[in-house]
Ligand binder design. Structure first.
Ligand code: SAH
Length: 288
């Protein structure tokens, strides 16, 4: 759907997962069972062009409907005042609760931390649209559960992106995290976000991948796609201390068997599995 809308929308598109408002409407909790909303933004100065764009989209969505994927609702259009435009998009970003005590907060939202909550301040665009990607959420939930069972120790975050997992890891008690990514922009983002979250001293990041040459680590996080997890499986296993944990995410469900086989062939035991819609995260342990 984003693809279809993006064709006519120079102003970009956003995807808002289904969510329920909690905490008196101040925060949101994602509910994959609810319908998602895809929005597209286009200039409205020329009614004819906007009208044609709307028709094109309506028709294409009709074709898509025929594939019998998830049901697609009515196409709705609305005029947004230019004056509100600059900040209109901010309304779609809420404080997001993940797992039992993780809270992801866009910079301009307020949130009073309660109990043992762990709050991560992250602006959208860096890591998430209106919600986190399911693969990131799965990783965070697995990481939190792992932290609840014992210290995370030293953490390696392969494909650190915005740095969200590294930041979460040290905030959940990890002593230090090293983020590596093949994309230099990810390194900048990770370092900036770590500083912003006041964990700059405990999170390092540099361009690269495995082998990190800085192992072994107690915990390795790898939210990559299945193909890369499979390719890197032996190196990921090598980064771990005996008894260490790998959390591998980004596995589309049809690649799960291959990914399991690769991790097991690398000498790891699969000890946990989480899924959300078609995405799977696996937790593996190095024996010892
Ligand atoms: N860890 C973040 C980002 C995941 S997106 C999160 O959970 O939200 C995957 C990231 O892996 C991207 O930033 C991409 O640049 C990086 N990546 C892809 N292949 C890689 C590889 N072989 N080694 C290291 N990083 C890789």
């Amino acid at each position: 759907m984003t693809e279809i809308l993006a064709r006519v929308a120079p102003g970009g598109t956003t995807i808002e997962p289904g969510f329920e408002l909690v905490e008196d409407g101040l925060a949101a909790r994602i509910d994959p069972a609810r319908p998602a909303t895809v929005r597209a933004y286009l200039p409205a100065f020329d009614q004819l062009t906007t009208g044609q764009a709307t028709e094109t989209v309506r028709e294409a969505l009709g074709h898509l409907q025929a594939f019998g994927l998830r049901p697609i609702g009515e196409l709705r259009t609305r005029l947004v005042d230019e004056a509100d435009w600059a900040t209109a998009w901010q309304e779609h970003f809420h404080v997001l609760h993940v797992g039992r005590r993780l809270v992801i907060k866009p910079g301009w939202r307020r949130h009073s931390r309660t109990g043992d909550e762990v709050v991560i301040d992250l602006d959208p665009g860096m890591a998430f649209g209106t919600g986190l990607h399911p693969t990131t959420r799965l990783c965070l939930v697995a990481l939190e559960a792992r932290a609840d069972r014992g210290p995370l120790g030293r953490v390696l975050d392969v494909g650190c992106g915005s740095g969200i997992l590294s930041i979460a890891a040290v905030k959940l008690g990890g002593t230090r995290a090293l983020g590596v990514d093949i994309d230099p922009i990810a390194i900048e983002a990770t370092l900036a976000n770590a500083r912003h979250n006041r964990v700059g001293k405990r999170v390092r990041a540099r361009e690269g991948s495995t082998p990190s040459d800085e192992g072994p680590f107690d915990t390795v996080l790898a939210n990559l796609i299945a193909g890369v997890l499979i390719e890197l499986a032996p190196e990921l296993a090598n980064e771990l201390v005996p008894g260490g944990t790998l959390i591998g995410s980004g596995i589309f469900i049809d690649r799960e068997p291959d990914t399991r086989r690769a991790l097991e062939a690398a000498g790891l035991d699969i000890v946990g599995r989480r899924f959300e819609s078609d995405w799977v995260a696996l937790e593996a342990r190095r024996p010892g």
